[in-house]
Design a protein around this ligand. Structure first.
Ligand SMILES: CC(C)(COP(=O)(O)OP(=O)(O)OC[C@H]1O[C@@H](n2cnc3c(N)ncnc32)[C@H](O)[C@@H]1OP(=O)(O)O)[C@@H](O)C(=O)NCCC(=O)NCCSC(=O)CC(=O)CCCCCCCCCCCCC(=O)O
Ligand code: NAI
Length: 725
C-alpha cells in the first residue's frame, strides 16, 4: 500500500509494504491514487514520495513475476504519470531505492538521498532489465557509460557516488523527509520541463559507436551465457539511437523476451533459495527460530596453507581479532607472508572506502606456534592437512586448552565430523565449517552438524557466515557432505568418459558451454590432482594398502578408473607441477593446452585394458556428468542430509561455479523434467551396470511415479514415504 497525507502545501505519498516496500499491485494502485488525489487538490503545490521504515523501495515484488497476476506492466505508466505531473515531485530516498524503486525516483523531478542510502538497477541479477523506462531515463540523467555500468552489472551504489554521478540532487546526513519537504517547497513554481528526464537528450559521446562496440564485447564476456546483460545493453543502446517513446517500446519488447526466458525464473528462484537457506533446521528439531548464536570476540585459525590463509583474510576483513597458528616457525613465516600479501591486496581494494583493515596490530592479528595462545578464543577453525589422525590429535589438544564454551570448527573437505568430535570432551561444540578455495573469495560456507553438535554451535556458525559476508548452508554429516559428495560422481563420469574415448578438452568444453566457469579437468588441475590421490590412498583405493590382486579397474565390485592415480604417479599434479590433464607453460602456469602425451597415454591405456574407443557425443557427456550429480542430490535429500533442494542449489551456485542462470542442479533437473532425467539415468545405468552413481535413486523414481511434482513439493513426498525408500 501507500499512505497519502497532505501537509500545508506538500502532499506526502509513503510506500508501505514491509519489509522492503516492494512494489506490489496494491502499492502501485495506491501510488497512482495518491498522485491523482494530489493532482486534483488545488491546495497541494508539490508532492514528496518516500518509503516506510527508512527504506524507499527494493523495486517490483519479485514473487509477482512468476504469478499470473503480474504487477510489472503497470509501473512504467505510473513513472510517466509522476514525471508528467504539473506539480513538482520529490523523491526522498532512504535505505534502498532499487529496481522499480529507483525507476519511480527517476520519474520524480528531484531526488534527495540520505548519506547511507544505496541505489541500483539490479534487475539484471534476476534475469530481467529495468522495464519501467529506467533504461531510457538513466542514460539521459547520468550519461551512457555510467548508466550502462549500473544496468548491466546491477551493482548498488552508495549515495555519495550517486551524487557525483548526478543521480541525486542532494544528500543529507539528518532527516531526509524534512529535507525533501523543504526542497519541495523551494521548487514550487519553478519550470518542470528541464527536470523531466524523458525530454532530455542522451548526452553525446565523441565516439559513441566505438564506445558501445567495446562495451558490448565486455558485457558478453562477463555474461557467461546469461541473456540479461546483453539485453540490458541493447535497451541502453536503443536510448542512444531512438527517441524516448521508441526506446521505451524497445525496452518493453526486450523485457518480455527476458520475462518469458527460463533464465529469469532460474535467477529469481536462486534469489529466494539463498534467503530460504538462512532458515535452517535439523531433523532433530533444532532450528534458526529457537537457537541463539554465541558472540565471537576472538578467533583462531590453525594451519596457514591454501585454505587457512584465505580464512584468516576473511576473519580480518570481518574485524574479528585473531590468532593464526602453524606447526613450526618455518611454516609460520611462510604462512604469515602469504597472509600479508592477501591482506595488502584486500586493503588496496578497500582504499577510499569507509572501512580500513587493521592487520599490523598484534592485538588484532597474532601469529604463533604456541597452542597456549588459544586459551581465550571463542572459536577455532582448524585447516590442517586432510588427515583424520592429525585432525583428531589437534581437536584433542584444543579440547584441553580452549575454554569450555569455545566453538571448535574443522575445515575438512569430507571427513567424519563425529569421529573428529570424539577426540574432544565437548562434542556439542564441534562443527564442520567447509570453506571453498579461495576462501576469501568464494561465497559458500557449508556448515556441517554432527550427532552431538548443539543448536547454539550451528547458530554461531551461521552468524559467522553472515559476519564473513558468506552464504551459510547447514547440512548433515556424511562423506563429502553435500557439495563434494555430489561432485564425486560428476568427476567419476568425466574420467570414465575419457576411458571410453573422449578427451579432457572435449568434456570440459561441453560443461563450459553449459555455463560452468571451468570444466572438471581444468578444475582438477587447478585444485591439484594430489589432493584426491591422498584421499584415495587413505581410503585404501590405491597405493601400498591396496590388496594384491585387486583388478586395476574395479574396487569393491564397482567400476573404478585408476587414470587419476596413474597421472599422479607420473608427478602430474596439475597446474602446480605444470602437467596434469593438460600441459601448462610452466609449473604454476595457468594456461591449459591439450597435451599430446596424454592422448598417447590414454590410447595405450585403452589398449592395455582392451577398451574399444568410441565417439562420445556432447549430449552423452552432459547427461552423464550432470545427471549423476543430480542423482546423488536426490539420495542426499532422501537421507535427510539437506533439508531441501534449495540447499543443494545454493551450495552449487556459490561453491562450485554452477551457472546461476540455470538455478542450481536440482532446479535444472526440474526444468529438464524428472521423467527425462530418470529415463536417461536408466539408459546409462543399463549400459554401465557396475557404476552405482548412474543407478536412479529411489527418491527420484518416487517423484516420477507420483507425477513429477514441482520442486517446492518434493520434500513433502519424502516425509510421507521416507520409511519405504
Ligand atoms: C533490498 C535488499 C538489498 C535487502 O537486503 P537485506 O536487508 O539483506 O534483506 P533480504 O533478506 O534480502 O530481504 C528481506 C526480505 O525481503 C524480500 N525481498 C527483498 N526484495 C524483494 C523484492 N523486490 N520483491 C519481493 N521480496 C523481496 C526477501 O526475499 C526477504 O524475504 P524472505 O525471502 O521471506 O526472507 C535485498 O533484498 C535485495 O537486493 N532485493 C532485491 C532487489 C531487486 O532485485 N530489485 C529489483 C526488482 S525487479 C524490478 O524492480 C523490475 C522492474 O524494473 C519493474 C518494472 C517492470 C515493468 C515491466 C514492464 C514491461 C512490460 C511487461 C509486461 C508485463 C505484463 C504484466 O505485468 O502482466
Ligand atoms: N585446498 C582446497 O581447495 C580445500 C581444502 N579443504 C580442506 O582444508 C584443509 C586444509 O587444506 P589446505 O589448506 O589445502 O592444505 P595445505 O596443505 O595447503 O595446508 C595445511 C597447513 O596445515 C599446517 N599444519 C599441518 N599440521 C599442523 C599442525 N599440527 N599444527 C598447525 N598447522 C599444521 C601445514 O603446515 C600447512 O601449512 C584440509 O582438510 C582440506 O581437505 C577444504 C576446501 C578446499
Amino acid at each position: 500500500m501507500a499512505q497519502y497525507a497532505r501537509g500545508s502545501t506538500v502532499a506526502v505519498i509513503r510506500l508501505c509494504n514491509p519489509p522492503v516496500n516492494a512494489l506490489s499491485r496494491a502499492v502501485l494502485q495506491a501510488l497512482e491514487d495518491g498522485l491523482k488525489k494530489a493532482d486534483a487538490d488545488p491546495s497541494v503545490k508539490a508532492v514528496m514520495i518516500c518509503g516506510e521504515n527508512g527504506k524507499f523501495s527494493a523495486g517490483a515484488d519479485i514473487r509477482g513475476f512468476s504469478s499470473p497476476e503480474r504487477s510489472g506492466g503497470a509501473l512504467g505508466p505510473i513513472v510517466s504519470l509522476i514525471e508528467s505531473s504539473e506539480k513538482p515531485v520529490v523523491a526522498a530516498i532512504e535505505g534502498v531505492a532499487l529496481g522499480g524503486g529507483l525507476e519511480v525516483a527517476l520519474g520524480c523531478h528531484y531526488r534527495i538521498a540520505h548519506m547511507k542510502a544505496r541505489m541500483g538497477l539490479p534487475e539484471v541479477t534476476i534475469g530481467l532489465l529495468p522495464g519501467a523506462e529506467g533504461t531510457q531515463r538513466l542514460p539521459r540523467l547520468i550519461g551512457v557509460p555510467a548508466a550502462l555500468e549500473m544496468i548491466t552489472t546491477g551493482k548498488h551504489i552508495p549515495a555519495t557516488e550517486a551524487l557525483k554521478l548526478g543521480l541525486v540532487d542532494e544528500i543529507v546526513e539528518e532527516n531526509t523527509i524534512e529535507a525533501a519537504i523543504r526542497l519541495a517547497n523551494k521548487v514550487i513554481g519553478q519550470p518542470l520541463g528541464p527536470r523531466r528526464l524523458s525530454l532530455k537528450p542522451v548526452p553525446k559521446l565523441p565516439n559513441m559507436e566505438a564506445f558501445l562496440d567495446k562495451a558490448l564485447v565486455k558485457v558478453k564476456k562477463q555474461a557467461w551465457g546469461c541473456l540479461a546483460p546483453e539485453l540490458c545493453f541493447q535497451a541502453v543502446r536503443a536510448a542512444t539511437e531512438r527517441p524516448f517513446a521508441e526506446g521505451v517500446r524497445r525496452e518493453r519488447e526486450l523485457f518480455q523476451v527476458l520475462l518469458s526466458s527460463g533464465q529469469a525464473q532460474a535467477l529469481q528462484y536462486a534469489f529466494f533459495a539463498e534467503r530460504a537457506v538462512r532458515r535452517w533446521a535439523t531433523p532433530s528439531g533444532a532450528s534458526w527460530s529457537s537457537a541463539a548464536p554465541q558472540p565471537v570476540r576472538k578467533a583462531a585459525v590453525i594451519g596457514l596453507g591454501t585454505m587457512g590463509r584465505g580464512i584468516v583474510t576473511c576473519l580480518v576483513k570481518a574485524n574479528i581479532p585473531l590468532v593464526a597458528l602453524e606447526q613450526d616457525l618455518e611454516n609460520l613465516n611462510k604462512g604469515r607472508k602469504a597472509v600479508m600479501v592477501l591482506l595488502e591486496r584486500e586493503a588496496m581494494k578497500m582504499e577510499g572506502g569507509a572501512q580500513t583493515l587493521d592487520f599490523h596490530n598484534p592485538a588484532r592479528l597474532q601469529f604463533t606456534v604456541d597452542f597456549d595462545q588459544l586459551r581465550d578464543v571463542d572459536l577455532v577453525i582448524e585447516a590442517v592437512f586432510e588427515n583424520m589422525a592429525l585432525k583428531k590429535e589437534i581437536f584433542h589438544k584444543l579440547s584441553k586448552i580452549c575454554k569450555p564454551g569455545a566453538l571448535l570448527c574443522t575445515n575438512t573437505s569430507a571427513l567424519n565430523i563425529d569421529e573428529i568430535a570424539s577426540a574432544t570432551n565437548h562434542p556439542q561444540q564441534v562443527i564442520g565449517t567447509h570453506f571453498f578455495s579461495p576462501a576469501h573469495v568464494m561465497r559458500l560456507l557449508e556448515i556441517i552438524y554432527g550427532r552431538h553438535t548443539s543448536p547454539t554451535a550451528i547458530a554461531t556458525a551461521m552468524q559467522l557466515a553472515k559476519a564473513l559476508k558468506k552464504v551459510g548452508v547447514v547440512v548433515g554429516n556424511c562423506f563429502g557432505f553435500v557439495g563434494n559428495r555430489m561432485m564425486f560422481p560428476y568427476i567419476q563420469q568425466a574420467v570414465f568418459l575419457l576411458e571410453e574415448g573422449s578427451r579432457p578438452e572435449a568434456v570440459d568444453q561441453v560443461l563450459e558451454d553449459f555455463g560452468f566457469k571451468i570444466g572438471p579437468f581444468r578444475m582438477s588441475d587447478l585444485a591439484g590432482l594430489d589432493v584426491g590421490w591422498r584421499s584415495r590412498k587413505d581410503q585404501g583405493l590405491t597405493g601400498p594398502s591396496l590388496p594384491a590382486g585387486t583388478p586395476a579397474r574395479q574396487r569393491h565390485g564397482q567400476r573404478y578408473s585408476p587414470l587419476p592415480d596413474l597421472l599422479c604417479e607420473q608427478g602430474r599434479f596439475g597446474q602446480k607441477t605444470g602437467r596434469g590433464w593438460y600441459q601448462y607453460e610452466k609449473a604454476g602456469g595457468r594456461t591449459a593446452t591439450p597435451d599430446p602425451w596424454l592422448l598417447n597415454f590414454l590410447s595405450q591405456y585403452r589398449d592395455t585394458h582392451g577398451i574399444k574407443t568410441r565417439f562420445i557425443d556432447q549430449e552423452e557427456i552432459l547427461e552423464r556428468c550432470l545427471f549423476s550429480l543430480i542423482n546423488e542430490g536426490f539420495a542426499i535429500l532422501a537421507e535427510g542430509i539437506a533439508s531441501g533442494p534449495e540447499h543443494l542449489d545454493v551450495i552449487y551456485i556459490n561453491g562450485y561455479g554452477w551457472p546461476k542462470h540455470r538455478g542450481g542442479p536440482m532446479f535444472y533437473a526440474s526444468t529438464v523434467g524428472l521423467p527425462r532425467v530418470l529415463a536417461k539415468l536408466q539408459k546409462y545405468s543399463e549400459a554401465h551396470p557396475d557404476v552405482p552413481g548412474l543407478r536412479p535413486s529411489a527418491f527420484l523414481k518416487k517423484l516420477v511415479a507420483v507425477g513429477n511434482p514441482p520442486l517446492k513439493e518434493w520434500m513433502s513426498y519424502l516425509s510421507q514415504q521416507s520409511s519405504k525408500l
